[in-house]
Design a protein around this ligand. Structure first.
Ligand code: PEP
Ligand code: MG
Length: 470
């Protein structure tokens, strides 16, 4: 899909003249954050941080030392951000972005600049250097017509979310000469070309699933005719809050998700964080190579309480929905539990042991599958297939690990190519291993939605395709 519209710069070059005092700007920002906090806990945390006396004290001390008000603000913001960055505590260090956000708001309020997040004009094209997962939760996608980003990869968090909302996005764009209001164009083959993909897949007799990050994504996908959900990224329930959702909250969401599928398969992926997806309240010791570190099932197995809460909630949701709609479970449960970042058969056995311990009847409630995302999973696919009920190929990560190219690093973007014969040969090898073991293999990476890849992927023998949006 190609869209055009006026550029709205995410990071505006702020005017250098204050039109409001710091105290008045503080009151304005306080009001903005109080209103935003009603719907989103991120802003509640921002409000608390704003109210920390350190903010006002540092700015006022700078002014008392003779600095101009804007300079005093910038200098206080930098000092507080560096202080957080230097703290030897993952949770606090991760709050640097929050500090920057608050000081940007204060600066906008002092200079009279309107913050793009707060007043995004309907139909604009968002232009940014980089959009991090924490930025993504602030974007009102209903107003954004398209997104241009200088950094990031086609499988970065913001791309996944934008496409799931039907918003075209281009990363790796040259945004250097673009000014506020300039007419800009975004072309994204992964948005809007889905009818063609769906009809080719249907003609080839493949199941067409949809990827989802929320109940509304599930509802929209099923309403658009999906045969089920091929990937429910449960980490979105954990992002943008101060503590993990409890067992009851999770059970209610998973039950709603199952009910929204109306008996069609729901592939629920267990919490997939670590790597570039950090959650402040899930502490991970500093790592040299986070993408090779504690992420996906490695992390959840290392945090039994966190994992057990999620698995308990999944099984309880399956039980309660089965009591309501036993016919959905008659042949096979519609709930497919899926593990991310699996490398070893032992990891699957460990998860089975936890499931068995929570509920010895778990096999009637869920089937258990894995994502194929690592070279180890491809090369060891035969042994993995013997332990589980299905494979789903995650080409977003599989590409990064086969090509040894970080999915978010523009410097190696030329290597991050899901069409590369090495990646495609990995896809075919995984499908062959699944079929020899008598289990199905699907794909749920972004490549599944690419109209240019459909024929190649169909000929690999993949049984199902889970698209970013239908
Ligand atoms: C993948 O890696 O292909 C995938 C679907 O998972 P995510 O993009 O959430 O890492
Ligand atoms: Mg992945």
């Amino acid at each position: 899909m190609k869209v055009t519209g006026p550029a709205v710069l995410w990071e505006r070059t702020s005017a250098d003249k204050a039109v409001r005092s710091f105290e008045d700007a503080y009151a304005v920002v306080s009001g903005q954050l109080s209103a935003l906090a009603e719907d989103n806990p991120i802003f509640e945390a921002h409000l608390e941080m704003l109210q920390d006396p350190m903010v006002t004290d540092t700015v006022q001390a700078n002014m008392a030392a003779g600095m101009q008000p804007l300079k005093a603000l910038d200098s206080a913001g930098n000092a507080i951000a560096s202080m957080f960055a230097g703290i030897d505590d993952e949770y606090l260090a991760a709050r640097v972005d929050d500090v920057r956000d608050i000081f940007r708001r204060l600066r906008d309020a002092m200079t009279g600049n309107s913050s793009p997040q707060a007043e995004f004009p309907e139909g604009g094209i968002l232009v940014a250097e980089e959009l991090l997962p924490s930025d993504t939760s602030k974007i009102d996608f209903s107003k954004v017509r398209g997104i241009l980003c200088a950094k990031g990869s086609t499988t970065s968090h913001v791309c996944i979310i934008a496409r799931s909302k039907g918003v075209p996005i281009r990363v790796g764009a040259d945004i250097s000469g673009i000014r506020e209001g300039d007419p800009v164009e975004v072309e994204d083959p992964l948005v809007g070309g889905q009818e063609e993909v769906v009809s080719k897949l249907r003609a080839a007799g493949r199941k067409v699933y949809v990827n989802a990050g929320s109940i509304s994504d599930i509802e929209a996908g099923i309403a658009a005719g999906a045969d089920g959900v091929g990937l429910f990224r449960t980490e979105f329930l954990f992002i943008g809050r101060d503590s993990e959702p409890g067992a009851e909250e999770q059970e209610s969401i998973y039950s709603q998700a199952l009910l929204s599928c109306g008996g069609k398969p729901l592939t629920l992926r267990t919490l997939d964080v670590g790597g570039d997806k950090r959650i402040p309240y899930i502490e991970i010791p500093a790592e040299e190579n986070p993408f090779l570190g504690l992420r996906g099932v490695r992390l959840t197995l290392a945090r039994p309480e966190l994992f057990r809460t999620q698995l308990k909630a999944v099984l309880a949701a399956a039980r309660s929905v089965r009591a309501l709609r036993p016919e959905w479970f008659a042949d096979q449960s519609p709930l497919r539990l899926m593990l991310p970042m699996v490398c070893l058969p032992k990891e699957i056995r460990q998860v089975r042991a936890i499931l068995e311990d929570i509920d010895p009847g778990y096999r009637g409630l869920v089937s258990l599958g894995i994502m194929i995302e690592t070279p180890a999973a491809v090369l060891g696919a035969e042994a993995l297939a013997a332990e589980c009920d299905f494979f789903s190929i995650g080409t977003n990560d599989l590409t990064q690990y086969v090509m040894a190219a970080d999915r978010g690093n523009p410097g190696v973007a030329y290597l991050y190519d899901s069409y590369n014969p090495a990646v495609q040969s990995a896809v075919r090898a995984a499908v062959r291993a699944a079929h020899s073991a008598g289990i199905p293999a699907g794909i749920c990476g972004e490549l599944a939605s690419d109209p240019l890849a459909t024929e190649m992927l169909v000929s690999s023998g993949l049984d199902s395709f889970s698209l970013s949006k239908l």
